[in-house]
Write a protein that binds this ligand. Structure first.
Ligand code: AMP
Ligand code: MG
Length: 333
């Protein structure tokens, strides 16, 4: 945080300064949506900056209350408990969200598939990690995937055909950041929500300085980038990985095989929308750099892989990443 504030203090926020007076930078570190978050805003006064951060936090809290699978009272928990064959009515906001979820599920050929709640449960991905028996794994796989549900976008209903559950891990943060984007007005803001960073409002000159972590040591920055607009989501290299029987296992699964994804690096995706960046970084992690870069080129998606190679880390970016409007790589750490 100190680094961010120092870097920003050296950067003038031309768009805000033009309205008179030097803009004030306010920042806050919080724990929200099960992860650490840094919120920062440039505003004409400290009070308006603080008010912007209060609004952002309220939106994040509300989104967590709606999407959390930990809370039995959340709407997603209600969906996960919905009996098979009985349509579940989504609110307009969740209907909009599920339309995007289905879109990315289909576009990525199921590499992004949040319908794998049962599979993640069998491997205890949100707990200590466990290797399921062959029978438990087979059963979990037979109850996994968005193909076990149908989404009627005109009626805004979801209907389960098997006892599948939704895991929001790969898209909930992005959805929350999109809701913040819709709620905040004039302030220039940046939120780092457990590794996914979104910015909005008038961009500080040169953009917001952020770092992409070393995939082998999540707390060590590896690449410096500047974010001008939109959202940058990184998947992999996470402390959320599991250690099962002494073996490090990814918390990201390949829904097609039902096995943990094998890629040992990380992938960052920039997209104007947070949910899209979030879903796509997970999907491209599952695909790995070879298939993933081909897919990213074909779909003009801005993706950057960090690929551990011996003691070094290789950087491989899609053409869209190199020309993306919202992100610039400024250097190695
Ligand atoms: P992210 O860190 O955004 O890549 O999301 C990873 C989280 O999403 C995991 O911790 C799981 O909760 C969930 N997840 C794992 N694999 C997948 C997948 N292939 N598609 C959708 N969600 C997944
Ligand atoms: Mg994701």
């Amino acid at each position: 945080m100190t680094r961010l504030v120092t870097a920003l203090a050296l950067t003038s926020c031309a768009a805000l300064a033009a309205r008179g007076g030097a803009p004030a930078l306010v920042a806050r570190d919080v724990y929200v949506m099960g992860t650490r978050a840094t919120l920062a805003a440039y505003a004409p006064t400290r009070d308006t900056g603080r008010a912007a951060l209060d609004t952002a936090l309220a939106v994040l809290d509300e989104t967590e209350g709606e999407l959390s699978t930990w809370r039995d009272t959340s709407r997603i928990s209600a969906l996960n408990h919905q009996p098979v064959g009985v349509p579940w009515q989504a609110t307009p906001t969740l209907c909009h969200m599920f339309a995007a979820v289905w879109q990315w599920y289909e576009a990525t050929g199921g590499a992004f598939d949040p319908g794998i709640g049962r599979l993640l449960e069998a491997w205890d991905v949100h707990g200590e990690g466990a290797i399921p028996t062959r029978e438990a794994a087979r059963r979990a796989q037979s109850l996994s995937g968005l193909s076990r549900l149908s989404f009627d976008s005109s009626r805004c209903t979801l209907t389960k055909h098997a006892d599948a559950t939704i895991d929001v891990g790969a898209f909930g943060k992005g959805e929350a950041l999109d809701r913040v984007d819709a709620a905040l007005g004039d302030s220039a803001w940046m939120i780092n929500l457990g590794g996914q960073i979104s910015v909005g409002g008038p961009t500080p000159a040169g953009g917001w300085p952020v770092a992409i972590a070393d995939p082998r040591h999540r707390d060590r920055p590896f690449l410096q980038v500047r974010l001008l607009e939109g959202s940058l989501s990184t998947s992999g290299g996470s402390e959320r990985n599991l250690v099962v029987n002494g073996i490090r296992v990814s918390h990201i699964f390949d829904p097609r095989s039902g096995q943990p994804a094998r890629f040992g690096g990380s992938v960052s995706v920039w997209h104007r929308r947070g949910l899209a960046a979030d879903a796509l970084s997970t999907a491209l992690f599952v695909m790995g750099p070879d298939e993933g870069l081909r897919w990213a080129e074909a779909h003009r998606v801005a993706a950057l892989y960090l690929i551990p190679a011996g003691d070094a880390v290789r950087v491989a970016a899609s053409a869209a990443f190199q020309t993306a409007a919202g992100v610039r790589v400024t250097g190695l750490e």
